[in-house]
Design a binder for this molecule. Structure first.
Ligand SMILES: Nc1ncnc2[nH]cnc12
Ligand SMILES: [Zn+2]
Length: 308
């Protein structure tokens, strides 16, 4: 299996139904069902929001440092089996702070797991765009007490209606702190969101970015500046950003000379970890080994903190 880096992975999106049930029992959290297959049966999504509703609901089982440690350790084991040599891992502190789980529990558990893991890895703190810019700023200030535990900031959650430009100030603060910057843009939102992420937030990578392909000038900019795109093919199909894998624009992105990478996004929900995404591209789109090698090479080039 080819070595690769994974750069677009939400740690909360690796919460498999089996672990939901185990943590619910451990923490005495009531669930609508304790049947793993019944939980999995709900994972059919009409769009990003219908997924996010389930994603946030399931997180209620994450309570203690040990829970976050177990979650991240389980991902790192799976990732190693999938050829991941380096992972830059998103986490959503607001989804936990809003439930009364403090920052030190979240960062403490995740960082300890990353430290104990075999692969090289780092954390990227994401702001939930639908909770607004003011709260994002408060969260960043709280998190700066743990500045050494994360390498950058990102922007995720519901995209349309929450343009990147709303978050200019918090991204400026992050930049001044020497933090890397990424943002989800062009997943459901249009190319204008990708432009804003580049021009206003000064992002160094674009998460998803598939709709950038609708704007030739934007494509030229991404190519010329070698801005990497962290594309998540199985996620795009499951969230209906594309009708099927066969319709995915990823091969055209590569042909345009873009720095495309392949990632799993929320593998517990979308039917596959990162190598499963590579395999699906081979199977459904007939992508060649050379193309997949190039994507894997891109993933190391696009990493912020790989010291291989
Ligand atoms: N694909 C995605 N888009 C936006 N926010 C997310 N949070 C977790 N996965 C996400
Ligand atoms: Zn994502």
């Amino acid at each position: 299996m080819r070595p690769k880096a994974e750069l677009h992975l939400h740690i909360e999106g690796t919460l498999e139904p089996e672990l939901v049930v185990e943590l619910a029992r451990r923490n005495r959290v009531d669930l609508p069902t304790f049947d793993v297959e019944a939980i999995r049966a709900r994972y059919s999504f009409a769009n990003l929001q219908s997924f996010l509703d389930v994603y946030y609901e399931n997180m209620a089982v994450l309570r203690t440092e040990e829970d976050f440690y177990d979650l991240a350790s389980a991902y790192l084991r799976r990732a190693a089996e999938q050829g991941v040599r380096h992972a830059e891992i998103f986490f959503d502190p607001q989804a936990h702070l809003s439930r009364g789980v403090p920052m030190d529990v979240v960062i403490g558990g995740l960082s300890a797991a990353l430290k104990d893991g075999e692969a090289s890895s780092a954390l990227i703190l994401c702001f939930l765009r639908d909770r607004g810019a003011e709260e994002a700023e408060q969260v960043l200030r709280t998190a700066l007490a743990y500045r050494d535990h994360f390498i950058g900031v990102g922007l995720d959650s519901a995209e349309v209606g929450y343009p990147p430009s709303l978050f200019r100030r918090v991204f400026d603060i992050a930049a001044a702190e020497g933090l890397h910057r990424v943002a989800h843009a062009g997943e459901e939102g249009g190319p204008d969101y990708v432009w804003e992420a580049l021009d206003v937030l000064r992002v160094e990578r674009v998460d998803h970015g598939i709709r950038a392909m609708e704007d030739p000038q934007l494509v030229a900019r991404l190519r010329e500046e070698r801005i990497p795109l962290t594309v998540c093919p199985l996620s795009n199909v499951r969230l209906r950003a594309v009708p099927s894998l066969r319709d995915h624009i990823l091969p055209a992105m590569l042909d345009e000379g873009l720095v495309v990478t392949v990632n799993s996004d929320d593998p517990a929900y979308f039917g596959g970890y990162v190598e499963d995404n590579y395999a699906a591209l081979r199977r459904e789109l007939g992508m060649t080994e050379e193309q997949l090698d190039r994507i894997a090479r891109n993933s190391f080039e696009a990493a912020f903190a790989y010291e291989g």
